[in-house]
Design a protein around this ligand. Structure first.
Ligand SMILES: Nc1ncnc2c1ncn2[C@@H]1O[C@H](COP(=O)(O)OP(=O)(O)OP(=O)(O)O)[C@@H](O)[C@H]1O
Ligand SMILES: [Mg+2]
Ligand SMILES: [Zn+2]
Length: 309
């Protein structure tokens, strides 16, 4: 848990308990695995898999996925980030490790690449960015399964899976062969994106993967010059969609130039400016995500145990 959480607990406690009656507070979380869709085997070394999806392309899934992963990590959980975009991997660049290659293990598997404390794997580490391969459906499926199953994940609490856009082969593989505990849908506020996001939502529902919630990205534009705000793509569509479909609204990220330049630089906002408004929103989303997952079956709870000594 972060010091921030610790400080909050201390300040709340000090209003009800005499501060001199305890010497320290420790907060611990226990993260358990949650049920996945029927007939799919659990993945060794990984407790929970969360898919980040969208209907429409370019809505900011990858940017959101990496910041969410880093936010969960900053809360003290062990996190992996799987880049499931075989056609256009972005995580090696967003994490600033595109020059790195995974190390092999004795049994012919790979070790995940470590970046900002995350265990990560991407096809981008294995094939040359400049000479993209021509992938056909079954190859995509195979490549994805290999990335997932031939990587030796080490004691992961949450694996975030960054999906390509749409409802194609990758999504199908994911829903049939990969043990997913829950999905998050990223959308921008405009109608056209929302229509596609609804399709994505329907797809997960059909295969019995619970929706943990909806994130609205590029919600309000904050001018980097004067700080004034403007609703370029409209606002509130994600929230409305969450209401309509009876799912949870996890939060809204502004359309803000630093969010883009930070991932371009390989230092996502949660790492680059952990105290910024955007980072606090990512943190809030991370906590809500963990809480939503803890409400799924098999739950002992990801809520912290607070002990006063
Ligand atoms: N909140 C934001 N503010 C400003 N720029 C953003 C924001 N979110 C994402 N971007 C930028 O928008 C572009 C698209 O984002 P990203 O690659 O994350 O989308 P995606 O949904 O993963 O795309 P694809 O469908 O191609 O996988 C990137 O240049 C990214 O830096
Ligand atoms: Mg992407
Ligand atoms: Zn301005």
């Amino acid at each position: 848990m972060t010091n921030l959480t610790q400080e909050k607990v201390e300040s709340v406690l000090s209003t009800v308990v005499d501060v001199h009656t305890y010497s320290s507070i420790s907060i611990k979380s226990k993260i358990v695995s949650h049920t996945v869709q029927g007939g799919v085997e659990a993945l060794p070394g990984v407790k929970n898999i969360i898919a980040v999806a969208s209907g429409k392309g370019g809505v900011g899934k990858s940017t959101t996925a990496v910041n969410l992963a880093l936010a969960l990590h900053s809360e003290g959980a062990k996190i992996a980030l799987l880049d499931a975009d075989i056609y256009g991997p972005s995580q090696p660049r967003m994490l600033g490790v595109k020059e790195l290659r995974p190390e092999g293990t004795e049994n012919g598997n790979m070790k995940p690449v470590l970046a900002h404390g995350l265990q990560t794997m991407s096809i981008g580490f294995l094939v040359d960015e400049a000479s993209p391969m021509v992938w056909r459906g079954p190859m995509v499926t195979q490549a994805l399964e290999q990335l997932l199953k031939n990587t030796e994940w080490n004691d992961v609490d949450y694996m975030i899976v960054d999906l390509p856009p749409g409802t194609g082969d990758t999504q199908l593989t994911l829903s049939q062969r990969i043990p997913v505990s829950g999905a998050i849908i990223v959308t921008t506020p405009q109608d056209i994106a929302l229509i596609d996001a609804k399709k994505g939502l329907g797809m997960f529902e059909k295969v019995n993967i619970p929706i943990l919630g909806i994130i609205e990205n590029m919600s309000i534009h904050i001018c980097s010059n004067c700080g004034h705000s403007e609703e370029i793509f409209g606002h509130g569509g994600g929230q409305g969609m969450a209401l309509d479909s009876e799912t949870n609204f996890l939060g809204a990220l502004p359309l803000q130039v630093d969010i883009r330049t930070d991932v371009d630089e390989g230092k996502p906002t949660v790492i680059k400016s952990p105290e910024s408004t955007a980072s606090l929103i990512y943190l809030e989303i991370a906590r809500k995500t963990a809480a939503m997952l803890s409400l799924q079956s098999e739950t002992v709870g990801a809520f912290p145990n607070i002990t006063i000594e």
